[in-house]
Design a protein around this ligand. Sequence first.
Ligand SMILES: [Zn+2]
Length: 264
Amino acid sequence: MTCIIDFHTHAFPDLVAAQAIPALEEAGKVTACLDGRIESLLVSMNEAGIEKSVLCSIATRPEQFTSILSWSESIRSERIIPFPSFHPDAPEALEQISAIKKAGFSGIKMHPYYQKFVLDEERMWPLYERITAEGLILVMHTGFDIGFPRERIADPLKIVTVVDRVPELKFVATHFGAWDLWDEVDDMLIGRPLYLDLSYALHLLPKAKAKAMALAHPEGYLLFGTDSPWARQREVMAQLSELGLDVRLETKILGENAARLLSS
Ligand SMILES: [Zn+2]
């Protein structure tokens, strides 16, 4: 049996979830499939046969660093792999990156829209270099975001600039490369040794295009992800299997690639 790993999920402390989910639903004009609590994510994982979920937190203000780190420590388990977050505006951002590593986490999540940065702006380079030096994985929201105006702050050209300049960075571009910029992903990212998670994309892309992109990408660099609670894990697994990839490739996407990356 493959160990299935969802590389892109979200959840919140129970009290925060009750407020955050309705606010995010309103901002994105979307409906959550879960209530945003860890317990609900675990139920969804059990239903879908998912062994582990990478849980991405986003510090929308510098002051949230400590509470996100300690919450991440309190929820980590065999099945929940938290990726904490720091805010690039924090004066102590570099130390916070090292603190995330020291606390034993494998990666960090960043989001240019919620954290108000541009992927390739000057102040980002020392941060990427520290993340690289610590050997941490960086899951970066890429492409447009459903809850924000369409500013080009995380498009495929900017992703290329980052990974060319910091080639050792374990950079994961989300949403099949860049959300709702898939023609540019196809031109600029597909075929490069760059990790792509498949979250919140398979239900929007024509099947033939998604399949062609998956087949043209290095097979060790595709990661199953759902963006739960914004999609149902079970349904995203079905969407992946509907692409009709061969079992070997599907097995890599569902968990082998993620397991290797997480232990790298
Ligand atoms: Zn997400």
